[in-house]
Structures are given as C-alpha cells and as structure tokens.
Design a binder for this molecule. Structure first.
Ligand code: NDP
Length: 332
C-alpha cells in the first residue's frame, strides 16, 4: 500500500516537494472492518489547511473506494464506498469507530447512482454538491426572480450553486478566472458570467444586475467580495463558503481589510459562514436531490480527472492557479 505524507506545513502556494509517497504495510482486518482500495481521490481547497501539530503527517481527503476484503455485513466485497481515508491506496476501515467522529460521515456505502460514474460521489453527488445545495438553499434562501451572484463559479461548488439557483428561478451571475470558463457557465444557463481577471466587477454588476444583488455565494473572499457586497439590495443574504483568495497568504495581516459594516448595517444584510458538516445528518437528502436534478438533465457537471496516484500534488496545486474546471479528482 502507498500513502502521501505532508513533510511540513504548507507555506504560500503548496509545492510538490511538500509531499512524499511512503509505503505502508497494513494489518489484517478484524470483525466489523473491511479493506478498501482507492479508485478516485478527492482534491479540495480545504486540504491546504494546517493538518496537525506534528509533521510529517498523513494527507487528508475523501476517496471513492472498492471493498476488496470484508468482515462487515454492510460492506460486501465489490461494493463502492465513500470514505475520508486520506490520500492512500488502501485502508483498513472500521465504520463503527468512525461513527463516533463528529465530522461529516467518515465512511458510507455509496448510494446507487445507476449508470452514472461513482466518481460523482466526490463531486455533485457528495460533499461538494451538498455544500452548494445546503449553502444556497439554507443560507442564501433565494426566491424566484432574485439575482444571485457566485464567485469561483466554474469550480466544483460554484458551478452547482449557479445551476441550482437557476433551477429555483433566479437570475445568476458568475465570476471565474478565464474566458473559456465563462463560456462554459453560459452553456450551463448562467444569466451572465465575467472573467474577474479582466472585467471591471462593478461595471459588470451595474450592467447585469441593474436591480441589485439579492444573494451572494462567496467562494473566494477578498476584494471582489467587498465589491459585490457593496452592490447588494436591502435584506440581501451572503453565504460565506470559502475564501480561497487568501489561503496561500502566509501573513494574513497583509490581507487588505475592507470595511463592510456600513453596507451590512444600512442594507440590513445577513452574512453567515458555514461548514457543510453542519448538514451532515442530511447528507443523503442532499445527494438524492442533486441526483434527481442530474437525472433530469437540469444539473450538469464537469470532472477534471488527473490520471495516476503520482499526479495528486500537481492536481492540488492546480486548484490555486485555476487549472481546473469543475471537480478535481485523481484516478488512482
Ligand atoms: P474549486 O473547484 O472552485 O477550485 C478552486 C478554484 O478557485 C480554482 O479553480 C480557481 O478558479 C479559484 N481560485 C483560486 N485562487 C483564487 C484566487 N486567488 N482568487 C479567486 N479565485 C481563485 O474548489 P471547490 O469548489 O472545492 O471550493 C470552492 C470554495 O468553497 C473554496 O473556497 C473552498 O474552500 C470552499 N468550500 C467550503 C466548504 C464548506 O463547508 N464551507 C466545502 C467545500 C468547499 P478561477 O480560475 O475562477 O480563479
């Protein structure tokens, strides 16, 4: 078996030299356990966080795996599972021990996706799809006819947020880092999309949201978010999902502070951060709803698949340069 260890805390943009592949010998499985073989590994911005107090440490992450040996009645050999096993090829999994973990379900049998690929369990039919679904519906609470703005719009979460808002009858404006990504967003049904590296964000909003912005799903933070928030309507709702524009800033003190309070007060805005784990008990509900929309052809997805276990660090680094469109995955 092989696994990735992270040698030191990431500094600035993560580097390939921060990672090392190590061999590991696994013990035999016991009653109530199974052996999982990774097929797809998830690559997500949150993996950039501090991973522990001591380094080297194991790389964290979700994976879609196949059960190859089992002494657990609910996990038969050949079954697909979703597990937060980290970046490793093989795992001795103990679902009972994992159940006491307060995190998003640590391991669960993959629901039946029919003829859809099991890798979707890392994206639209998993944590990412649920982040979009619950963050938008529970925090932004958009009503039909309202205008929703999404940043990081061509990424895994953002591309689903925009489409779900369209399904709910909203106008949707997206910001992404290239013209090609913006063209894809228009194919997905976004009302309009702009390349934030070249467009004037304020002018774009004035043109495409002449009646103001009602909901903002924030994936990136930073200056663009302040500009969008300044254009919001009274009683607007902001779901703060992530702030990827600052993840690689070594000295967070350097991040420009923008004074948002005047907008929040005068327009009586609600701004709330969330972690998808908050909705862990509703995981299957979110997956079922997104699956229904995928089957109906209303929710489209793109997977950016890197081929080979050895590609994982590059795939991860690519998140921070916008190399991906849609969900980033490594096929082991
Ligand atoms: P994405 O697939 O969106 O990948 C990251 C994208 O971020 C890149 O493609 C890039 O797109 C964009 N990006 C990178 N650097 C910057 C920057 N400096 N400024 C603006 N955009 C940047 O990842 P996810 O969909 O998995 O995650 C999106 C966000 O949601 C992240 O902030 C993540 O941390 C957060 N998240 C939060 C969760 C929660 O529970 N709250 C759960 C899951 C994700 P581009 O080319 O457009 O710049």
């Amino acid at each position: 078996a092989k696994k990735y260890v992270v040698l030191r805390p990431f500094e600035g943009v993560p580097k390939e030299s921060d990672f090392k592949i190590e061999e590991e010998t696994l013990r035999d499985i016991e009653d109530g356990e199974f052996l999982a073989e990774a097929v797809y590994m998830s690559v997500d911005p949150y993996q950039r966080m501090k991973l522990g107090n001591e380094y080297p440490c194991d790389m964290i992450g979700g994976q879609i795996a196949k059960v190859v040996e089992s002494k657990h009645p609910e996990y038969a050999v050949g079954a697909w599972v979703m597990g937060h096993f980290g970046w490793r090829t093989h795992t001795v999994a103990a679902p009972a021990a994992a159940a006491s973990c307060a995190q998003q379900p640590y391991v669960y049998p993959l629901p039946d996706f029919g003829d859809l690929p099991p890798s979707l369990g890392l994206g639209v039919l998993g944590r990412v799809g649920n982040t979009a679904y619950f963050g938008l519906t529970q925090l932004c609470r958009p009503r039909a006819g309202e205008t929703v703005v999404v940043t990081g719009a061509a990424g895994a979460v953002g591309s689903h947020v925009g489409q779900i808002a369209r399904i709910l009858g909203c106008r949707v404006l997206g910001f992404a880092g290239s013209d090609a990504k913006c063209r894809w967003l228009q194919e997905l049904g976004f009302t309009a999309a702009a390349n934030y590296t070249t467009a004037d964000v304020r002018d774009f909003l004035k043109q495409h949201a002449p009646d103001g912005v009602d909901c903002y799903f924030d994936n990136v933070g930073g200056e663009i978010s302040s500009t969008i928030i300044s254009q919001m309507n009274p009683f607007g709702r902001i779901a703060v999902c992530g702030s990827i524009s600052s993840y690689n800033e070594t000295n967070k003190e350097n991040c420009k502070a923008t004074i948002l309070q005047p907008y929040i007060v005068s327009k009586q805005l609600s701004m709330e951060g969330f972690l998808v784990n908050r909705f862990a008990s509703r995981t299957m509900e979110g997956i079922a709803q997104n699956l229904q929309w995928v089957r109906d052809g209303r929710l489209k997805y793109r997977e950016h698949i890197w081929d080979g276990f050895h590609q994982a660090p590059q795939a991860f680094i690519g998140l921070f340069s916008g190399a991906n469109t849609g969900k980033t995955i490594v096929k082991v």
